[in-house]
Design a protein around this ligand. Sequence first.
Ligand SMILES: C[S@@+](CC[C@H](N)C(=O)[O-])C[C@H]1O[C@@H](n2cnc3c(N)ncnc32)[C@H](O)[C@@H]1O
Length: 309
Amino acid sequence: MYVRYGLQAGDNAPNETVQMWLDFALSSVERGRSAVAAMGGRSVFGAARVLDVGCAYGGFLVAAAEAGARLLAGIDLNDELLSLARLQLADYQITATLDRLDVTSPDVVDGLGRFDVILCNDVLEHVVDPEAAAAHLTALLDEGGSLFLQIPNGRSVDFMLRDGHYGLFGITLLDRLRAERVWAGSFSDTYGVEHYAPLSYYLDVFSQTGLSVRLLNKPPDDLEALVEDLGRRFDELEEALAALSPAEDDPDLVEEMRRRGHHEIEAFRHQAGLYGASVVGAEKSIIARSLWSTYELTFWELIGRKLIR
Ligand SMILES: C[S@@+](CC[C@H](N)C(=O)[O-])C[C@H]1O[C@@H](n2cnc3c(N)ncnc32)[C@H](O)[C@@H]1O
């Protein structure tokens, strides 16, 4: 994993962003274990046929094997990552079928078989056609099967301040082409994020494939403190947008970041105002939970079940 970033095992990363990528790569088994536990662990994975879509380093397949899966398959577009997955699986003495396949290609539905559990962690934001991906994920799932998705929330206030892929300010507020222009100021390989869509988009896309998907994340107990804390971070966002310098930076990018940023700030403050003004407990709780899933959660964890007809 270190070699991928031009480092030797145990080296310090040259900056916070490379450290973030290394941590992500090195924690794949641990992150896989959390996802497996969030889905129900052995009761869901025991004797299951499991497919990891966008399996990269293979850690989620390791976690599925530990929870008793009987058949493991992984697909990814990237050959280098598939090789790392092979090494990791060999370290754990786990047998899995790994293929270089694109989840948006119709070929994926033929030849892989059907699965009881499909994992798709931090992948959908990278695919050009999420609707095709959703249709294929649902088709690959057997009746009664479960799908786990983790998707980053570009409107979370933390990711607006510093995105989870490159550690850049404001990039999640922009459309694909503008985001790439911001990214090109700091990086030179390939910009990899296709889109940041709202939660309602993903729920809708999957419901159109016949899969009902729900959020696994649990809201905090103290919703009052959550709304206050979000308010402080939106103040921080407002200050950071004001501090951007159009003269030095690309004026169109700064203008667009400010326009979209202020739209989110106003939308948040409007909802926070309704929360503060409401005296009805149930209504307060609905508003606060909506603020939580829209602006607090950095990643949505979702589970979908394919009903038995
Ligand atoms: C951010 S990584 C996540 C990797 C892994 N799921 C994890 O959480 O450690 C996204 C992965 O999705 C893969 N990917 C992107 N688009 C894909 C596609 N259309 N079909 C299959 N894999 C894809 C990438 O090559 C990459 O390995």
